[in-house]
Design a protein around this ligand. Structure first.
Ligand code: PEP
Length: 249
């Protein structure tokens, strides 16, 4: 049985005050969200504050990215050991915004998975196709390559301690959501691809859907067989909306 996971990606938003208020709001409501595992991923600069507020509570802490390197002359980067030091348990890797705006490719995402797991962080590895790729019928080819990079690099065993997030690029922050059937089809494709290497790992892997998930559309998405929760962007900045999504699992 895969425990649903709801992760909030706060992206580059917030102030010290708003982050504190958001966490306090989430903590008040989190008590009755027994079924879902909850994670929030604040901007790196707020991780210390978030760690102090979340400490020992029901919501886990995650980061939005990490360096492939553990330390050294990499100006502006944040290393996995630093995140682990602050009690992060999860880290998003390969988000489409990192791929599009920072030139991250499949090989780098695979190396980041290894860097995360080296310090005990659970990577949330994002995959997804652009609208152009979907409309040209290339969705499975694109996602197949993204998944194969993880299977060929870190290896299928690494996916036993990881989470995959299917995030169609055309649905992120656009208000467009994949229909439950569209999302389920890609989730099943991902699970089958991994199952061809190791059926046990594939059966236990949590695959999240991300792309304009809200309280209103979450219940339908989460009833699909291969959708094990969500990676939430915009709606994660509102405590009530995020909690409503968590309760939909
Ligand atoms: C995301 O950034 O991972 C995301 C899914 O964003 P949104 O929910 O705003 O589409």
């Amino acid at each position: 049985m895969r425990r649903p996971l709801i992760a909030g990606n706060w992206k580059m938003n917030g102030t010290r005050d708003s982050v504190s208020a958001l966490i306090d709001g989430l903590l008040v409501g989190a008590v009755d969200v027994a079924r879902a595992e909850m994670v929030v991923c604040p901007p790196a600069v707020f991780i210390a504050e978030a760690a102090a507020r979340l400490d020992g509570g029901p919501i886990a802490l995650g980061a939005q990215d990490l360096s492939e390197h553990a330390a050294g002359a990499y100006t502006g980067e944040v290393a996995g050991p630093m995140l682990a030091d602050y009690g992060c348990r999860f880290v998003i890797i390969g988000h489409s915004e990192r791929r599009a705006f920072h030139g991250e490719d499949n090989a780098l995402v695979a190396r980041k998975m290894t860097a995360a797991q080296a310090v005990g962080l659970t990577p949330i590895a994002c995959v997804g196709e652009t609208l152009e790729e979907r409309e040209s019928g290339a969705t499975e080819a694109v996602i197949g390559r993204q998944i194969d990079a993880l299977l060929d690099g870190p290896g299928v065993g690494a996916l036993a301690d990881a989470v995959v997030a299917y995030e169609p690029v055309w649905a992120i922050g656009t208000g467009l959501t994949a229909t439950p059937d569209q999302a389920q089809a890609v989730h099943a494709f991902i699970r089958n691809r991994i199952s061809a290497r190791d059926a046990t790992v594939a059966a236990g892997l949590r695959i999240l859907y991300g792309g304009s998930v809200k309280g209103a559309n979450a219940p339908e998405l989460f009833t699909m067989d291969d959708i094990d929760g969500g990676l939430i962007g915009g709606a994660a900045l509102d405590a009530n909306e995020f909690l409503t999504i968590c309760r939909a699992t």
